[in-house]
Design a protein around this ligand. Structure first.
Ligand code: FDA
Length: 307
């Protein structure tokens, strides 16, 4: 219930104003966000790239403003140029939300988002790296997968995200596990209705395992995005059973979450990619992270009280 409340709060302008204007919360925000500017993001990428891989996410979502969507493309081109200059392209890619690129515009949203994502993929290819398209709430799944399919015609290494909590995802995994595909499997971060998604943690975890088995047995490149130790163990078991090498899949975690486990997996020669969000539009992402763990919330409320 708390998680649903936090996700609802992530869309509330009133809560946003309070959270953004409370300086005492800054240390909690900084745990999950690598600063507001591109230079801070590239600095964080450089540090992480010593033993891990990175996917940089320029924060922003749900824009209904064409100029804002264009500004997001410019921001991605700038960060891709900086990654290239810093010699990080082999270690760092970018993650992109289509709702930040105009997908929700009332007229021609899909076409605008595709054009904008195409320009980002073009800049990524020029920099020698790749793009993964994030997945948002279930009303956007068909559109997002359609756009990824179109992008892959010109940029075959474009990755997609599938969310294990959706009932449809086992079928999507089967369809998208062919040669050359890059699929990031996560549990799913939005508050979805029972008509489309599993809502109990145990059901989501079981669905994740079923999806993981399909991807690991497939011919694509699975990107196992979870902090859940049990799922990491199951992945290791599937690696042994399917004979995949360390180059045939990767683990992914979020910036600031289980960093010791991240370095431990890297030390065991596993490819470990960290998703690094940065930028001024951190509020909705931050609220989703808060809702995922009761301890985060307790820390958040204690910070308010001690203000
Ligand atoms: P679970 O939530 O069960 O957590 C397992 C353990 O991890 C917890 O017990 C705790 O120890 C730790 N943990 C997890 N979340 C934490 C937090 N916020 N703070 C502190 N500890 C935490 N979702 C989506 O809908 N679309 C997307 O495109 C993406 N993209 C994405 C990329 C990457 C690289 C990752 C790792 C995740 C996503 N997600 C996502 C988010 C994902 O759907 C999910 O919400 C979170 O990863 C949390 O789920 P876990 O699999 O970690 O399991």
């Amino acid at each position: 219930m708390l998680r649903s409340a936090l996700i609802a709060a992530s869309r509330s302008n009133g809560c946003r104003t309070v959270v953004e204007r409370t300086p005492v919360l800054r240390p909690i925000v900084d745990r999950f966000i690598a600063g507001e500017g591109v230079d801070g993001a590239v600095r964080a990428a450089k540090v992480l790239a010593a033993d891990r891989y990175v996917s940089l996410d320029h924060l922003g979502e749900d824009t209904l403003d064409r100029a804002q969507a264009d500004a997001t493309v410019d921001a991605y081109r700038a960060v891709l140029g900086k990654l290239d200059e810093a010699g990080l392209s082999a270690r760092a890619e970018v993650s992109v939300k289509l709702s930040a690129l105009g997908q929700a515009l009332p007229v021609d949203g899909d076409r605008v988002a595709l054009d904008n994502a195409w320009r980002i993929c073009e800049a990524a290819a020029a920099a020698g790296t790749t793009v993964t398209v994030d997945m948002e709430d279930h009303t956007t799944t068909d559109s997002t997968l359609g756009i990824v399919r179109a992008l892959r015609a010109d940029f075959p290494s474009t990755g997609a995200v599938l969310q294990a909590y959706l009932h449809r995802t086992e079928a999507d995994c089967a369809e998208l596990s062919g040669p050359g595909s890059r699929i990031r499997l996560c549990k799913g971060a939005y508050d979805e209705p029972a008509s489309v998604a599993y809502r109990q943690k145990s059901d989501v975890d079981a669905a994740y395992v079923r999806c993981l088995k399909i991807l690991m047995a497939g011919e694509g490149y699975p990107m196992v995005a979870t902090h859940d130790p049990r799922l990491i163990e199951i992945t290791e078991d599937l690696v042994d059973r399917t004979g995949r090498s360390s180059d045939d899949f990767e683990f992914q975690m979020l910036y600031g979450i289980r960093p010791n486990e991240q370095t431990e997996l890297a030390r065991r020669a596993r490819k470990m990619r960290v998703y690094v969000p940065y930028g001024g539009e951190w509020y909705p992402y931050f609220m989703r992270r808060l809702g995922e763990r009761p301890a985060n919330l307790a820390f958040f409320f204690r910070s308010f009280v001690s203000k």
